[in-house]
Design a protein around this ligand. Structure first.
Ligand code: FPP
Length: 260
């Protein structure tokens, strides 16, 4: 079956090729409605489904969702079990939609920490979707940026001790090669829901030049319209990577000539 045509929104500026999302506020959304926290996670799955499908249809190259952090293991075991079960069920129920939209799944994090049934379902979905020619969906699971950097350092040290890596040649690109998923370009846009102004140990290396967008909406309320608002906000940003925009360079040169 051929996947639906890509429909990019009309924008006044660049489109974010890689979007990463800190999905926050499931618990708050539920408790504000007199529901159990875990019901917020179930509602959050609907947003995962809608945002994944929308991003794939808009032609986003990569979408990274922060689904479970290394710190989340500290939550009550009932909530952790519920989340792991949701993940497993999601893999079974959403495989077809992922395949129909050409989405490839890739998981990043300390995946060996996950319960065997959840890990098996994730690996199976990764295998089945591996040939997808559309968007890459990355799920960050048992993920923490500091553990990613510690794991990278441990692997690089092992290589150095075995004579496969010369410490004198280590630069930024060397370190990148030891991260969980070195091939995927860094995120352009990081979205955080539920209003917190924090980055919570998420993609710290990779977000160096990402644009941030925070919304007060909780994750279960974050749907297509809000995604479009975030993408439009991104299109309006001017990314300088520490340099100057061409316009500014011109005026700098003119100012220099004037004062010479
Ligand atoms: C943060 O909300 C959310 C999480 C810790 C888990 C995110 C999980 C889902 C959206 C559902 C399952 C995911 C997939 C990919 C099937 P919170 O509980 O920290 O909210 P709070 O800050 O209001 O308590």
């Amino acid at each position: 079956m051929s996947r639906p045509p890509i429909q990019r929104p009309e924008l006044d500026g660049p489109f974010p090729e890689h979007i990463a999302i800190i999905m926050d506020g499931n618990g708050r959304w539920a408790t504000e409605r007199g529901m159990l926290r875990v019901q917020g996670h179930t509602a959050g799955v609907q947003s995962v489904r809608e945002i994944t499908t929308e991003c794939a249809r808009m032609g986003v190259s990569s979408l990274t969702l922060y689904a479970f952090s290394v710190e989340n293991w500290r939550r009550p075991s009932t909530e952790v079990r519920y989340l792991m079960r949701l993940l497993r069920v999601f893999m079974r129920t959403e495989r077809r939609t992922l395949l129909d939209n050409g989405v490839r799944l890739r998981c990043i994090g300390r995946l060996e920490d996950l319960p065997a049934p959840a890990l098996k379902a994730l690996r199976r979905t990764e295998e089945l979707t591996a040939e997808g020619d559309g968007m890459l969906l990355r799920l960050a699971l048992s993920y923490g940026s500091r553990t990613e950097l510690a794991d990278a350092l441990a692997a690089a040290t092992r290589d150095a001790l075995a004579g496969r890596l010369d410490p004198d040649t280590i630069d930024e690109e060397t370190l990148r090669r030891y991260l969980y998923d070195p091939e995927t370009p860094d995120p352009d846009l990081i979205i955080r829901t539920a209003g917190e102004l924090r980055v919570s140990n998420f993609l710290l290396w990779q977000m160096s030049y990402a644009e941030l967008y925070v919304t007060d909406l909780c994750w279960p309320e974050f749907r297509r319209e809000e995604l479009l608002a975030a993408i439009r906000a991104y299109a309006g940003r001017r990314r300088k990577y520490g340099g100057l925009l061409p316009k500014e360079e011109d005026s700098g040169a003119r100012a220099g000539r004037g004062s010479a």
